[in-house]
Design a protein around this ligand. Structure first.
Ligand code: HH2
Length: 271
């Protein structure tokens, strides 16, 4: 029996990003060979990642959906070789989640918050795995075209509260679940920064909050090139520390060592 997610991931914990895809927005193509993926995962854990998030489908704006066979073909050889390392699976497909859990994954990171595949909730419930429920407005192919909210923070909070109730009603213990505002998933840069500024509203849901701002284009737009799609490591670390100071528990990041060092220092200040 696993401990509650809040014990497994003390504040702050870093989730390393390992995209086994040809087209992810910042590390696409870097880890398509299993050996390269394994080496990257080992390095992330050595650098202090609490868990490595393996994904076989890009969810960047405009990304095309990946068929299930292709997603399995990408992630299974990597998961088989990561035996013993702490791993989560970034998928919206029940069958991919089920295979990953069989191969030792301990957390299902579902960017659709159990809306993408009706079978995922049962897979998570039966396995006792941890679960991340993330907010997204729209779908990746079109979600950045016209994000609209009256109040982005209260709407994201209401969505996460509803998905949390759904997950619990499907038999997933509440103490296994964390929630995520879904930075960049149907949101403008201003809305992304506001979600971090007012993170206390999401923290008040009573579940650990995961924030994934790493390298996202809002950071690039803020700093330099409005057409750039990838933010810098330094800007990512800055937002992660700000999110941690506002109550975030898990920070999802590509540049693990930089995040671990900065968050360790921020935690020392927090006491
Ligand atoms: N962001 C991405 C993918 N999965 N999962 C959670 N819980 N939160 C996030 O913010 C999040 C996520 C997008 O980033 P990345 O994995 O680097 O890119 P891509 O989707 O292009 O593979």
């Amino acid at each position: 029996m696993r401990p509650p997610i809040a014990e497994r991931f003390p504040r702050p914990s870093v989730m390393g990003v390992l995209n086994v895809t040809p087209d992810s927005f910042s590390d696409g193509g870097a880890h398509v060979q299993p050996a390269a993926a394994v080496a990257a995962a080992v390095r992330m854990v050595e650098d202090g990642a609490a868990i490595v998030d393996v994904g076989g489908e890009s969810t960047r704006p405009g990304a095309d959906a990946v068929p299930i066979d292709e997603e399995l073909r990408r992630v299974v050889p990597v998961l088989e070789r990561l035996d013993g390392l702490p791993v989560s699976i970034d998928t919206a497909k029940a069958e991919v989640a089920r295979r990953a859990l069989e191969l030792g994954a301990e957390l299902v990171n579902d960017v659709t918050a159990l809306r993408g595949d009706p079978a995922t909730a049962a897979v998570v419930a039966e396995s006792g795995a941890y679960l991340c429920l993330m907010h997204m407005q729209g779908e990746p192919p079109t979600m950045q075209q016209r994000p609209t909210y009256e109040d982005v923070v209260s709407e994201v909070a209401a969505f996460l509260e509803e998905r949390l109730a759904f997950a619990v009603s499907a038999g997933i213990a509440e103490d296994r679940i964390c929630v995520d505002p879904g930075i960049g998933f149907g949101k403008t840069p201003e809305q992304n920064f506001e979600l971090v500024r007012r993170l206390d509203v999401l923290v008040a849901l009573g579940r650990p909050v995961l924030v994934g701002f790493s390298r996202k284009s809002s950071l690039a737009k803020l700093l330099r090139d409005p057409s750039a799609t990838t933010g810098t490591a330094a800007a990512s670390v800055g937002v992660a520390v700000a999110a941690y100071a506002r109550g975030a528990t898990i920070l999802r990041a590509h540049d693990v060592r930089e995040h671990v060092e900065a968050l360790t220092a921020a935690a020392a200040v927090a006491g």
